[in-house]
Design a protein around this ligand. Structure first.
Ligand code: HEC
Length: 277
């Protein structure tokens, strides 16, 4: 009796295991086969801000803001960054005066004037120069107008893009440098789309944003496509995590504290148990 029960339960377990293996095989065969439309993994780039002690390169952050301002800001908003943040420690660290001057180069919607008007004589909304307290104004007033100007696609806000995408800085670098590379022969491109092997579907509505010489750097840094991409990605990484340097410093200090504390605990342990054996 006991024996037959054992045999039965063994058969039952074998059945379960078999069913498990069969369903695993079935799942394997129904998974989509990798196709040529699947994006390539991002290029591996080395960054100054990687690792537990990595910091931002100040000059790269400042150049990166320039690239955002002169190129990306034509289509992409950066809504979480205020001009005053450009002078914050741990960021591009423009001087207060520089941040003010950068802000003053943008116009933002103004509130009602002394007469309570919100539009001028021609019916246009009132505007005023931005101040350091203002956030970077978006290029389009709403999503519909952004799509209308971009082949129906929405250029996403770039403030958090580095954190929002798998691959982070490597992904954004790959997107902007991969955009506009020649498609493989036989690939059918949809109208108005550009080949980008790193973008989902390998077709992107963004025209290649950067080229050699797209910006001119005041500090004389060579304005190659690679340099521009590195700089703007460094800037966007800071925008995604403005307190990164502070966080790492804090983490390091906590480690030192724990190390010293462990040492003290050990010494007091020795003292308390001294001669107890
Ligand atoms: C002419 C308009 C235009 C400019 C200029 C532009 N972009 Fe784009 N970008 C777009 C559009 C539109 C999309 C959405 C593409 C799509 O969905 O097919 C996009 C998508 C992206 C994506 C992919 C986002 C995702 O969802 O994964 C990144 C990253 C990006 N842009 C970065 C940049 C950077 C950095 C710059 C400046 C160097 C820049 N773009 C300049 C229009 C633009």
């Amino acid at each position: 009796m006991a024996k037959s029960l054992r045999v039965k339960s063994f058969a039952f377990a074998a059945l379960i295991a078999g069913a498990g293996i069969m369903s695993a095989i079935a799942a394997e065969s129904t998974a989509p086969a990798p196709s040529s439309a699947e994006p390539l993994p991002p290029k591996r780039v080395s960054w100054s801000f990687q690792g537990p002690f990595g910091t931002f390169d100040r000059a790269a952050l400042q150049r990166g803001f320039q690239v955002y301002k002169e190129v990306c800001s034509n289509c992409h908003a950066l809504k979480h960054i205020a001009f005053r943040n450009l002078a914050d420690p741990g960021g591009p660290e423009f001087t207060e005066a520089q941040a003010q001057a950068l802000a003053a180069g943008y116009m933002v919607p103004a509130g009602p004037n002394d007469q309570g008007q919100t539009v001028d004589d021609k019916g246009q909304p009132l505007t005023r120069p931005a101040t350091p307290a203002d956030y970077v104004p978006p290029p389009f007033p709403n999503e519909q107008s952004a799509r209308a100007s971009n082949n129906g696609a929405l250029p996403p806000d770039l403030s958090l893009i580095v954190r929002a995408r798998a691959g982070g800085p490597d992904y954004v670098y790959s997107i902007v440098t991969g955009d506009g590379t020649p498609p493989p022969p036989g690939m059918k491109m949809r109208p108005g789309m550009n080949y980008d092997p790193y973008f989902s579907g390998r077709q992107i509505a963004m025209p290649p944003p950067l080229t050699n010489g797209a910006v001119t750097y005041a500090d004389g840094t060579p304005n190659t496509l690679d340099q521009e991409a590195r700089d703007v990605v460094t800037f966007l990484t800071w925008a995604s995590e403005p307190k990164m340097e502070e966080r790492k410093r804090m983490g390091f200090n906590v480690m030192i504290y724990l190390f010293v504390f462990t040492g003290l605990l050990y010494l007091s342990y020795r003292r308390i148990w001294h001669g107890a054996h």
